[in-house]
Design a protein around this ligand. Structure first.
Ligand SMILES: *[C@@H]1O[C@H](CO)[C@@H](O)[C@H](O)[C@H]1NC(C)=O
Ligand SMILES: *[C@@H]1O[C@H](CO)[C@@H](O)[C@H](O)[C@H]1NC(C)=O
Ligand SMILES: *[C@@H]1O[C@H](CO)[C@@H](O)[C@H](O)[C@H]1NC(C)=O
Ligand SMILES: *[C@@H]1O[C@H](CO)[C@@H](O)[C@H](O)[C@H]1NC(C)=O
Length: 218
């Protein structure tokens, strides 16, 4: 009797510890490989289409009907969300109505691999400054729920660099924090040029003002 009680307590402790850690661990023969990741910050300009791309990992032997839900919530209220659940896709909430899309793709699993990788892509069209906020991505299976937060930062349309207009005719200006992965070459070079131009203008201004204040120590 005492042994049974002890086991129940330990089991509860064990499962909550796994839940809190949320990271893949080795404890239970790799059962907890499930994961969802995204860049911490994604930027877009007012009027554009923002794109949140989540990398997801589940067990390769997970039957499709045990992947219950893939969702993105707008965290300020959790009234606005998109989800793919049991093969059905839906988006709800005033803020998300008629301008959101969610889709998922999965990469093939090679023989003997224990994990399956995929992507969830969430798109929010015609973004406004009020779309700035925390977005939460979630995957849920029969034994696990994983969440990740990202900050969508919508910038005022007037802040858009001039050179970008031509590079941006597809209507999407999403780029990743730190100009890293995912940046289109075209958009990338447009931004790089804008950056160099702005930088050199700033340097020129600085040089001029330091010449004026030529008494300042070097
Ligand atoms: C996890 O387990 C595998 C074998 O099951 C082992 O090769 C690997 O080193 C372990 N990783 C860690 C971080 O303990
Ligand atoms: C997502 O996966 C891609 C490769 O498929 C990688 O380049 C990128 O860094 C990953 N992003 C995150 C946030 O894990
Ligand atoms: C969304 O579209 C439906 C019909 O396609 C329309 O009835 C509804 O008013 C629209 N909602 C918003 C918030 O624009
Ligand atoms: C985008 O949003 C603005 C402001 O909410 C609205 O005036 C405009 O008609 C929208 N454009 C499209 C294409 O939905």
């Amino acid at each position: 009797m005492e042994i049974t009680c002890c086991c129940i307590v330990l089991c509860i402790l064990g499962s909550s510890a796994l839940g809190i850690l949320g990271n893949p661990t080795n404890i239970t023969e790799g059962i907890n490989v499930q994961e969802i990741t995204i860049e911490p910050k994604v930027y877009a300009y007012e009027g554009d289409r923002a794109e949140l791309i989540y990398n997801v990992t589940v067990r390769s032997d997970l039957p499709p009907d045990r992947l219950y839900e893939k969702a993105v919530w707008f965290s300020a209220d959790r009234q606005n969300y998109c989800e793919i659940s049991q093969g059905e896709t839906k988006c709800r909430g005033d803020q998300f109505a008629n301008r959101t899309e969610i889709s998922d793709t999965w990469f093939p699993v090679s023989e003997g691999e224990r994990t399956r990788h995929g992507r969830i892509v969430f798109r929010l069209g015609n973004v406004t400054l009020s779309d700035t906020g925390r977005y939460e991505g979630e995957i849920k299976t029969f034994d696990n729920i994983n969440n990740v937060n990202t900050m969508l930062v919508v910038k005022d349309a007037s802040e858009r660099p001039k050179d970008e207009d031509t590079a941006n005719q597809v209507g999407t200006t999403t780029w990743w924090n730190g100009f890293g992965a995912g940046i289109g070459t075209l958009l990338g070079s447009g931004l790089a040029i804008a950056f160099i131009v702005i930088l050199s203008v700033k340097l020129a201004v600085r040089r001029k003002s330091s010449q004026q204040a030529s008494t300042a120590p070097v």
